[in-house]
Write a protein that binds this ligand. Structure first.
Ligand code: UDP
Length: 330
């Protein structure tokens, strides 16, 4: 079975769904602090005969995660469970180190005890910090500028040591900006901070106005540039990474992005095109900690994993819009 930690959250649930649709038996491990019980139910109902088990537990509690390995026959782990808000990590770093680092240590320790030697890990472009050049390849220095990025980089380093000492092989996938939804499940953060869902929520809330954070960046239209990767393409990379480890691949790390960037204004215009109407907008001050530009060089994932992202920003915003309307009707 494949263990999916954080499988009731946004990206974890899309990975769980894809594994279920491939007929793999999975165990979802989630505290439901940020994930949703409704998402687990949707995942269960997607099963066509494969096992979809759910364990409610917290990685910070070593017994919670250790018991998963004694109760189920786990072959590999896909590890999503983490806090991921940069601003919150600056206010409360302990929360991030305790959960993201200590929680992952408990997971790795339980893997070692159970002789499970393969893990795919959700890392982040935030491990690179302020870009020294763009597009960013995997050799770019990793100097995070916030506790969230530090917590993910610390886990990457721990994983190297766990490979050297205990033979646990890892693939670390460094996500850029993920957008889109399956439709049965989707992005469901409370509170929501991300660009596309915030634009779309402003359309659905009476009197809603979308806020652009910063219009004085040194970019083509003054707003930040990000590399938006579709959730389906992102999940495809996880499936390839699992296959890579199953085929004996060694520990490695890959950027997941499109090699291309869009400004906040460009994404906003794409949202207007998908929604089919003008969206009220106001220009606000910069959000602290936002670099002007983050674009991935994805050559390594293409070459080593054979990964080819296929979806456009229009696809991603379209599927996010379908999901937001469904969510607002619930
Ligand atoms: N952004 C914005 N308004 C919002 C949310 C985000 O202008 O309500 C901007 C944000 O400042 C950044 C970009 O959109 O430049 C992407 O932000 P997001 O939070 O989606 O992802 P991040 O890059 O922080 O991972």
């Amino acid at each position: 079975m494949i263990l999916v930690t954080g499988g009731a959250g946004y990206i974890g649930s899309h990975c769980a769904l894809r594994l279920i649709e491939e007929g793999r038996d999975i165990v979802i491990f989630d505290s439901l602090e940020l994930g949703h019980a409704e998402t687990v139910e949707t995942l269960r109902s997607a099963s066509r005969g494969s096992k979809v088990e759910f364990v409610k537990g917290d990685l910070k509690n070593r017994d919670d995660i250790a018991s998963v390995f004694s109760d189920y026959d786990i072959d590999a782990v896909v590890h999503f469970a983490a806090y991921s808000q940069v601003a919150e990590s600056m206010r409360d770093p302990e929360k991030y180190y305790y959960n993201n680092v200590y929680g992952t240590l408990n997971l790795l320790s339980a893997m070692r005890d159970a002789h499970v030697d393969r893990i795919v890990f959700s890392s982040t472009a935030a491990t690179y910090g302020e870009p020294e050049y763009c597009p960013i390849d995997e050799n770019h220095p990793q100097r995070p500028i916030n506790p969230y990025g530090n917590s993910k980089l610390t886990v990457e380093r721990i994983m190297d040591d766990y490979d050297s000492a205990y033979g646990i092989r890892s693939v670390r996938l460094r996500y850029f900006n993920v957008v889109g939804a399956d439709g049965r499940i989707g992005e469901w953060h409370v509170p929501e901070t991300h660009l596309v869902p915030n634009v779309l929520k402003s359309v659905l809330s009476p009197g809603g106005v979308f806020s652009i954070f910063g219009t004085d960046y040194d970019t083509r239209d003054g707003t930040c540039v990000r590399d938006y990767i579709d959730i389906h393409d992102l999940i495809e990379a996880h499936i390839l990474a699992l296959g890579y480890l199953e085929g004996g691949g060694r520990t490695d790390y890959f950027n997941l992005g499109t090699n291309d960037g869009s400004t906040v204004r460009e994404v906003f215009s794409e949202c207007e095109a998908v929604v089919g109407s003008k969206i009220p907008v106001k220009e606000c001050a910069r959000r602290p900690g936002d670099p002007a530009m983050l674009i991935a060089n994805n050559t390594k994932a293409r070459d080593v994993l054979g990964w080819v992202p296929k979806h456009t920003l229009n696809d991603s915003v379209g599927s996010a819009w379908d999901w937001e309307r469904k969510l607002s009707d619930q």
